[in-house]
Design a protein around this ligand. Structure first.
Ligand code: SF4
Length: 465
C-alpha cells in the first residue's frame, strides 16, 4: 500500500546551505522525553508498577541485553564499555544478568519476544559457551514469536567463524557490524584498526551462513576524514552492499567522555566539511540503489525496513528504526533502558552497583522517567513524524480526544516556518513531512518537544547534522 505519506521514489537534493541552516543541537528521539531530562535518583518502584501493568497483556515484547565488554576502547566511542581482562569477569556478569532476567520474567515471562537485541560493548567478546549460556538463559524464560528479529552487534575484528556459526544455529538472524571508515589514517586517528578485508570477510561469512540481514554502521565527522577519502569508503560500501546502513554524525563530547580526549581536535573536519560528507553520503548511497530512511538510515529497496516505511509500519525505539518491535521493551545489563507501561528506566552503569542491587533483590535502576499525559501525546506525535512522516489529525483525535491544531497552538508558528522551507505541509486533515523534510525529521520533531521549549539553552545535545 503506497500512501501519500509514504516515501515517494524520489530523493530530494540536499544542499550544504540548507543543512547549515538547520544544523543545531537536538535529541535523536530514541525516547521522548529524552534521557537527559529523566530523574537521576529514580528508584525501582515505578518500573515494578509498570511491569505489573504490563503483565496484564499477552502481546509480544522487545528485549535488549547489554554486554559491556570490549578488548580495547575506541577513541570516538559513546557507548557504556568496560575494558577488562580479568578472568571470570564475563561469567560473573552473566550470573547477574540471569538474576535480572528472573525478576523481569516474573512479571512478563508469559509474553513472547518479537525482538531480541544484544548490544554493547562487544557481545562477541563472550566465548561460544558463554554466548550459548546467555541465549539459553533467555530462551528458558521467554518464548519467541514466529519470525522474531534476533539480532546482535558484532565487531569484525574479533568475531570468529565459530561464534557466527553458533549464533546462526541459535536463531540469530540479523547482524549489525561497526565499520565507521575504511581509511587507514582515520582508523589511526580513532584508535580502531579494521581492514577492509576483515569487514568484507565477515560480511560474506554472515551472508553465506544465512543471516537475513547485515547492517553496517559508519560515522562521519571523525578526525582525518576528507571528502575524497570518504568517497572511497562509500564506493567500497556500495560494492559490499549491506542490507542496511546507519550513518551517524560523530559527537565530540570530551568533557563528558574523557577517552575522547585522545582525539586530536585539530584533525576534526570543519563543520563545512562535515556537511559536505553528509551530502556526499546521501548522494552516493542513493546512486548506489539505497533508499533513505529519515536522515541517517539507508536500506536496500527490497529490505524489510524500506517496505515497512512504505507501508507505515516503521517503528523506532532505543535500537533505532525497527520493523517488528514488541509493545514495550524490557532490558537487562548495565546501562540498559526499559521502556514499558509509560515508564523509562535505565540501569546503573557500574558493575559494582549493578551487582549490589541484584544481590539485594532490587532492580538495578539509577535513572528514569514516568511519562505524563502530555509526554504520551508528544511522544506519539514525534514517533509518527520520525517513522511515518505524517500525523493524521483524525487518528490523533481518536487516540487522544483532542484536536491536533488546538493541542499544538503554540507550535503553529514554528510549523509555519517549516512549511515555508518546504519541509512539511498541513492540509487541514494531516501534517505531511515532504521529501526534503525527511532529512530533517529531528528538526521537525523538535517543534513538538516541550522539554526543549521549556529549557532552551540548558540541555546539551549533539548537533542534528
Ligand atoms: S568496539 Fe564499539 S563499543 Fe567497543 S569501544 Fe569500540 S566503538 Fe565502543
Amino acid at each position: 500500500m503506497m500512501t501519500e505519506s509514504s516515501t515517494p521514489p524520489i530523493e530530494p537534493e540536499i544542499t550544504a546551505a540548507l543543512l547549515q541552516r538547520y544544523d543545531r543541537p537536538g535529541p535523536r528521539y530514541t525516547s521522548y522525553p529524552p534521557a537527559n531530562v529523566w530523574r537521576s535518583d529514580f528508584q525501582e518502584t515505578p518500573l515494578r508498577e509498570a511491569l505489573e501493568r504490563a503483565s496484564a497483556s499477552t502481546g509480544p515484547l522487545s528485549l535488549y541485553v547489554h554486554i559491556p565488554f570490549c578488548e580495547t576502547r575506541c577513541a570516538y566511542c559513546g557507548c557504556n564499555v568496560i575494558v577488562s581482562r580479568k578472568p571470570g569477569v564475563e561469567d560473573k556478569y552473566l550470573d547477574y544478568v540471569e538474576k535480572e532476567l528472573d525478576i523481569l520474567a516474573g512479571y512478563v515471562g508469559h509474553r513472547p519476544l518479537a525482538q531480541l537485541h544484544w548490544g554493547g560493548g562487544t557481545p562477541t567478546f563472550l566465548a561460544p559457551q558463554q554466548i550459548e549460556r546467555m541465549f539459553e538463559a533467555i530462551r528458558s524464560r521467554f518464548a519467541f514469536v514466529d519470525g522474531a528479529e534476533i539480532a546482535l552487534e558484532t565487531d569484525p575484528r574479533v568475531t570468529t567463524d565459530e561464534q557466527l556459526e553458533l549464533l546462526r544455529r541459535l536463531g540469530f538472524n540479523r547482524v549489525s557490524m561497526g565499520v565507521q571508515d575504511f581509511d587507514p589514517a582515520v582508523q589511526e586517528a580513532i584508535g580502531r584498526y579494521q581492514t577492509e578485508e576483515q569487514t568484507r570477510r565477515s560480511l560474506e561469512r554472515c551472508r553465506r551462513m544465512g543471516f537475513q540481514g547485515v547492517n553496517v554502521d559508519l560515522i562521519y565527522g571523525l578526525p582525518a576524514q576528507s571528502v575524497e577519502k570518504w568517497d572511497r569508503t562509500l564506493a567500497v560500501i556500495n560494492e559490499l552492499r549491506p542490507d542496511r546502513l546507519a550513518v551517524y554524525s560523530y559527537a565530540h563530547l570530551p568533557a563528558k567522555l574523557h577517552h575522547q580526549r585522545r582525539i586530536d581536535e585539530n584533525a576534526l573536519p570543519s563543520q563545512d566539511t562535515k556537511l559536505a560528507l553528509l551530502v556526499l553520503t546521501r548522494k552516493r548511497l542513493i546512486e548506489g540503489g539505497y533508499r533513505a530512511i529519515g536522515m541517517d538510515h539507508f536500506a536496500l529497496p527490497d529490505d524489510e525496513l524500506t517496505r515497512a516505511m512504505d507501508n507505515r509500519r516503521l517503528r523506532r525505539n532505543f535500537m533505532g528504526y525497527a520493523v517488528m518491535p514488541g509493545d514495550g521493551m524490557i532490558a537487562a545489563g548495565v546501562s540498559s533502558i526499559s521502556d514499558i507501561g509509560g515508564v523509562y528506566a535505565q540501569n546503573t552503569k557500574k558493575l559494582s552497583t549493578y551487582y549490589e542491587a541484584l544481590d539485594a533483590g532490587r532492580l538495578p535502576i539509577h535513572a528514569g522517567h514516568v511519562l505524563t499525559d502530555d509526554d504520551q501525546v508528544r511522544r506519539w506525535v514525534i514517533h509518527e513524524v520520525m517513522c511515518n512522516f505524517a500525523v493524521d489529525y483524525a487518528e490523533f483525535e481518536g487516540k487522544w480526544g483532542r484536536s491536533f491544531p488546538e493541542y499544538f497552538t503554540v507550535e503553529q508558528a514554528d510549523l509555519q516556518a517549516l512549511a515555508e522551507d518546504g519541509f512539511i505541509r498541513q492540509d487541514g486533515e494531516r501534517l505531511i513531512v515532504l521529501p526534503v523534510g525527511r532529512v530533517f525529521v529531528r528538526n521537525i520533531a523538535m517543534v513538538f518537544d516541550a522539554c526543549l521549549r521549556r529549557r532552551a539553552g540548558e540541555l546539551t545535545y549533539s548537533r542534528t547534522v
